[in-house]
Write a protein that binds this ligand. Structure first.
Ligand code: CO
Length: 305
């Protein structure tokens, strides 16, 4: 991992981010209002659907609840529903008697309840597979006869380069104060989907303000192994470990802060770097969670068009 970024590398990165943003920016077509029957249009009824990845950790749910509360405060009188996009999580918690709807189930129920316009907000970090599934589901529901007339989708946290820059600012403001010789290491999820490039863009945006704040991912690049040499090069002897995910769930508790030898905490210890986990999800950081609400505001505006 290199710190001196040449202007040509920077231009390349920026154009890659722009291309990434544009590839996901195709707006959903908004067909004319469907007729409810006998020539009468169903009365307009607006709703919001938040879609989180979900979590199987009971204590982590409060971060999702906090985002839902922010949405309810931002849109008084508009019902706010919640779905989990992860089938694995839904199936796992169902065994403990906790039933969460999929985005499709939630939209089908909202259609049955007579909602005519729904703004769906992704509570994911990057425009990866979970997000593209949401846009496909939303488009399918909007095309359904006698279904919901309009379904708009709010973009995830790290979507455009501007979103990434704003997210970096808000994340930095919410981080624990760190002295010289200390750093912060954010844990993103990571994916082999091309949207994984958002993490590299986030790193660039973070370094504009603070060279001792790093992002690595659990599942893809950059990995912890790429960051450790840079921590050493900077003489950082202690890092705060902070999840860059909506919740401090299973990845934060186990892959980040766990006791196993392959957890980030253990690998850092083995490399001679102390660590202190901060088990707070982004949903519980109001300034960061507010960015999802800003994106929801844009999705609600789409319904006015
Ligand atoms: Co995962």
């Amino acid at each position: 991992m290199r710190f001196s970024v040449s202007s040509s590398t920077l231009r390349l990165l920026m154009s890659a981010c722009l291309a990434l943003a544009l590839s996901f920016a195709a707006p959903l077509a908004m067909p004319d209002a469907a007729q409810a029957g006998h020539g009468d249009k169903a009365p307009a009824k607006r709703g919001i659907l938040l879609v989180a990845f979900g979590t199987s950790v009971p204590e982590a749910v409060q971060a999702i609840d906090a985002i839902q509360e922010q949405a309810e405060e931002a849109f008084p009188g508009v019902p706010v529903r919640l779905a989990y996009s992860s089938k694995i999580i839904r199936d796992k918690i169902a065994k403990e008697g906790i039933v969460k709807k999929s985005p499709a189930q939630a939209l089908a129920d909202m259609a049955a309840e007579g909602f005519t316009q729904v703004a769906v907000q992704s509570l994911h970090a990057i425009p990866g597979r979970e997000y593209s599934d949401i846009t496909a589901t939303a488009a399918a529901f909007q095309a359904m006869p006698k279904g919901i007339r309009q379904v708009s989708v709010g973009r995830p946290l790290l979507y455009s380069f501007a979103d990434i820059a704003t997210a970096a600012d808000m994340v930095l403001k919410s981080l624990p104060a760190h002295k010289k010789g200390e750093g912060v290491l954010l844990m993103g999820h990571g994916t082999n989907h091309p949207a994984n490039a958002a993490y590299a863009a986030l790193q660039l945006a973070l370094w504009k303000h603070d060279k001792s704040v790093f992002i690595a991912t659990v599942e893809d690049t950059p990995g912890l192994g790429e960051v450790i040499p840079e921590l050493k090069r900077q003489g950082i002897r202690k890092v705060f470990l902070v999840p860059m995910m909506s919740v401090a769930g299973d990845h934060a508790l186990n892959d980040m802060a766990g006791k196993e030898s392959d957890s980030w905490a253990s690998r850092l210890t083995a490399a001679g770097i102390k660590s202190e986990p901060v088990l707070v999800g982004l949903g519980s950081r109001p300034a960061v969670a507010g960015l999802w609400i800003d994106h929801l505001r844009d999705a609600v505006k789409e319904l006015d068009k």
